[in-house]
Design a protein around this ligand. Structure first.
Ligand SMILES: Nc1nc2c(ncn2[C@@H]2O[C@H](COP(=O)(O)OP(=O)(O)O)[C@@H](O)[C@H]2O)c(=O)[nH]1
Ligand SMILES: [Mg+2]
Length: 405
């Protein structure tokens, strides 16, 4: 009798343990069934993600990762909020801005048709038919566990939930499971709204105007070189920490180092215009226009007479305009550890490939890019292109000195 009770108890405990282990990882389920919703129905299903935060390109990466997650779960991504300001430490001061205030919503869906999709909240049929899923965190939440969680929620069993809401950290911090080419496809669908791209074109014409004033040859258009001088306060704090942690010394470049490397780019024949893409208000140094090689004419926003023009915009839009101006530059020079520089080089590489060139590392490519934080053979910055067949975005886009050339 006694042994029978023990056996029963043992079985009960085992069942409980097995049940706990088999339950989907870190899931807090609060389900509100929707009577109208029939399983197997072809209705659209959605994925909701937390507000997207930090720098422009951190936000673009986070957005693309959220899209690719939705794609894996066979869902459409509910249009997320981006952040216009950088006050990310105080959550209540994070100024949300709707995705479609920055990027063209219709264009996004038409360009990305069949690959990923963004939906409006008004597309949701029943807002309470929702499953909340907690993303794990910490060292024990490995890439494998994360992938297992995604595979679990892509099963048909979860089709009954119209919306899956991912709780917890910002998608920028989620594990990366996709090749560079998948991210690149999403980035290609991100087209700025007309208003912002018009402003970017205005900056480009202003730069070109100064260029034509110093033109020596009627046939030759003065090239403009955009330099992403990542020497602002926020970056210096970040890059010093990163250098210590990863025991690497070429992440932070000083103004002097950038000037010296740019002076050594052999293909640049004077005169050239240098557009210094830098947030003036985040600099402790107001002498960035000094010290450049003869024949290289530096312009920052102030010298272009555009301080006020930029100040009319939020941080995010200012960065988006700067990004566009760097994208259109004849030559780009940036820092391989910056997401801003890295996504630019990715887009410039795609632009070069579209012209039929498969290898962008030659000296005669149309829109060359260089990494000033890396020393080339003769003190010049090496050419930089993106390896579009890399297996993860992490390998090429941030925290990396891999420049493929
Ligand atoms: N106006 C303004 N610009 C900023 C601020 N912080 C960073 N930036 C700029 O934002 C740009 C984009 O940052 P991000 O896309 O995150 O790239 P990353 O930080 O270089 O990896 C950088 O080129 C900086 O010049 C800020 O507080 N205000
Ligand atoms: Mg940043």
């Amino acid at each position: 009798m006694n042994s029978l009770v023990t056996k029963c108890l043992f079985l009960l405990v085992m069942t409980l343990i097995i049940k706990t282990l088999l339950l989907p990882n870190s899931v807090s389920i609060r389900v509100f069934q929707n009577d109208e919703f029939k399983p197997g129905n072809a209705r659209m299903k959605f994925l909701e993600v937390p507000q997207i935060v930090w720098g422009l390109n951190n936000q673009k990466i986070a957005f693309a990762r959220a899209c690719l997650t939705a794609r894996m779960l066979n869902r459409s991504l509910l249009m997320p909020s981006l952040s216009a300001s950088l006050f990310y430490k105080e959550i209540d001061r994070l100024e949300p801005i709707s995705f479609d205030k920055v990027f063209d919503f219709e264009r996004f869906n038409s360009l990305c048709d069949g690959f990923v999709r963004v939906s409006q909240y008004s597309d949701i049929g029943n807002r309470s038919n929702l499953l909340k899923v907690q993303k794990g965190s910490g060292r024990r939440w490995t890439v494998e566990r994360d992938l297992d969680q995604l595979k679990e929620f892509s099963k048909q069993d979860y089709d009954v939930y119209e919306t899956i809401r991912i709780m917890g950290k910002n998608p920028f911090l989620w594990h990366d499971h996709w090749p560079v080419s998948d991210y690149a496809k999403v980035f290609e669908c991100l087209v700025l709204v007309d208003e912002i791209s018009k402003d970017a074109n205005e900056v480009v014409s202003k730069i070109r105007e100064f260029g034509s004033e110093m033109k020596q040859d009627r046939l030759y258009r003065t090239p403009y070189v955009a330099i992403h001088m990542r020497i602002e306060k926020d970056w210096m704090i970040h890059c010093k920490k990163l250098e210590q942690r990863s025991n690497v010394s070429n992440i932070c470049s000083s103004k002097e180092e950038i000037i010296a490397r740019v002076a050594n780019i052999r293909v640049l024949k004077p005169p050239t215009i240098l557009y210094l893409a830098v947030a003036n208000e985040l600099l402790e140094d107001d002498t960035i226009l000094n010290g450049w090689k003869e024949g290289m004419h530096p312009f920052d926003k102030k010298r272009l007479g555009l301080t006020e023009f930029y100040n009319n915009h939020s941080y995010l839009i200012q960065a988006a305009i700067d990004y566009e101006v760097c994208l259109k530059a004849d030559v780009f020079v940036g820092n391989s550890y910056s997401t801003f520089s890295s996504l630019l080089v990715l887009e410039r590489t795609q632009k070069i490939i579209k012209t039929g060139v498969s290898h962008a590392c030659g000296n005669n490519v149309r829109w060359p890019s260089y990494a000033y934080n890396i020393e080339g053979e003769s003190g010049d910055p090496p050419l930089w292109m993106t390896n579009l067949s890399d297996s993860s975005l992490h390998a090429i886009s941030y925290g990396s000195n891999s420049i493929s050339c």
